[in-house]
Design a protein around this ligand. Structure first.
Ligand code: PLP
Length: 409
């Protein structure tokens, strides 16, 4: 409680400052790429014509409309190629959240008699809160747990499937820890039981290879802004013959599955981001993982009571979640932000109490570590000097914070 008062004071201090948009001269070290990524310059270039002269509606049959249609279909081909799907299996949405909602609600609407869902306790809020709401509407949800390293047991997944299971929804990698779930194996298991599997791959698409033909994944969510594309664009992959109902009524866009005039510029940017990810992922992933490991080693070595949360042997290459004993995650985020290092926390200061992240809680992490759990997430644009700068700047800031924090006593 006292920790929270301190935090609110710290947050108030930040809130009272006048914020101006960043420019490159004042660029902080940005290590919050699981929240969002910097749009690639090529992506911005690809979007601009559709915000200027090529502003047609893709449903119009005149040349201006057809130019927009062409851009949307090119983007569909590029996004499909990134996951080895067919273009007809890709439906554009407003982002990952909508794709998750579309997948789950769309499958349930097609199977009204089946009232059971299998998911995990560590999903992103887009799935978590939807399933919680579905529970209040009479659906039964089996919430699968994870072990201390954040791993899911396929045998538990198999045991949870029932005759009335309408669908299973499991993320590919966790947004807070980067821990990867064995979704190919889960897809085999659920397909054998005739249960469609939805995979939230928002944190893996463009970071690690993903091939929807390698396993019978039924539905898969993507989001452009996690792979150097724009915000407000995403997609749902729907395997051929998977039955899904559209959630909205309106025009005939996206083959009647997602009505509404397309966000052409964002979709074009998404397509370009997918092409770039495909071209660079192979070389980027090991380089980013090396930088992540360097950061982790530096912080662990130079900070008291620092622990890595999650399975270090099986994570997305760009993510590390570190718990700093006796510190509060929000205080760390605010202090580092004020000192030019952008990261994020899973914990939130709500109603006067500090709750550790639901992910770290589900992993059974000691609360003294979980409360100080923060995420550093890198990207294609992270440089070695930024990592060295972070290793140099962060330990003394944490030490100072430790002296200030009432929790430290
Ligand atoms: N799923 C996961 C795993 C995420 O990390 C996020 C965003 O952080 C989302 C879904 C939501 O995606 P969007 O921001 O595009 O709605």
């Amino acid at each position: 409680m006292r920790g929270c008062v301190f935090l609110l004071r710290l947050a108030g201090f930040v809130r009272n400052r006048r914020f101006v948009p960043y420019n490159d001269a004042m660029a902080p070290v940005y290590l919050d790429n699981n929240a969002t990524t910097r749009p690639a310059p090529e992506v911005v270039e690809a979007m601009l014509p559709f915000l200027r002269e090529s502003f047609g509606n893709p449903s119009s049959t005149h040349p201006l409309g057809q130019a927009a249609r062409h851009a949307v279909e090119n983007a569909r081909t590029a996004v499909a190629a990134l996951i080895n799907a067919r273009p007809q299996e890709v439906f554009f949405t407003s982002g990952g959240t909508e794709a998750d909602n579309f997948a789950i609600l769309g499958v349930l609407a097609e199977n009204p008699k089946k009232r059971h869902i299998v998911t995990t306790a560590v999903e992103h809020e887009a799935v978590l809160r939807l399933c919680q709401r579905l529970e209040t509407q009479g659906y039964r949800v089996t919430w699968l747990g994870v072990d201390r390293l954040g791993r899911l047991d396929p045998a538990e997944f198999e045991a949870a499937l029932r005759d009335d299971t309408a669908l299973a929804s499991v993320m590919h990698a966790n947004n807070e820890t980067g821990v990867i779930f064995p979704v190919e194996r889960l897809a085999q298991i659920s397909a054998a039981r005739g249960v469609p599997l939805h995979v939230d791959a928002v944190q893996t698409v463009g970071k690690i290879p993903l091939d929807v033909t390698a396993a019978p994944i039924s539905l898969l969510s993507l989001s452009a802004h996690k792979l150097h594309g724009p915000k407000g664009a995403g997609a749902l992959y729907v395997r051929r013959r998977v039955r899904l109902r559209s959630l909205m009524m309106g025009g005939h866009q996206e083959r009647d599955m997602r009505p509404g005039t397309e966000n052409v510029a964002a979709v074009a940017g998404f397509g370009r981001a997918a092409e770039l990810a495909m071209a660079t992922m192979h070389d980027d992933a090991p380089r980013i993982a090396r930088l992540r490991d360097r950061l982790e080693a530096g912080l662990l070595e130079q900070t008291r009571g620092a622990h890595v949360n999650g399975d270090r042997a099986n994570r997305t290459p760009n993510t590390t979640n570190i718990g700093f004993e006796t510190l509060e995650a929000e205080a760390i985020v605010i202090t580092l932000g004020e000192n030019g290092v952008c990261i994020s926390a899973g914990a939130a200061c709500a109603s006067g109490s500090l709750e550790p992240s639901h992910v770290l809680k589900a992993m059974g992490i000691d609360p003294i570590i979980a409360h100080g759990g923060v995420r550093f997430s890198l990207s294609r644009y992270t440089t070695e000097s930024e990592i060295d700068e972070t290793i140099h700047r962060v330990p003394p800031l944490l030490e100072r914070l430790r002296k200030l924090m009432p929790a430290a006593t």
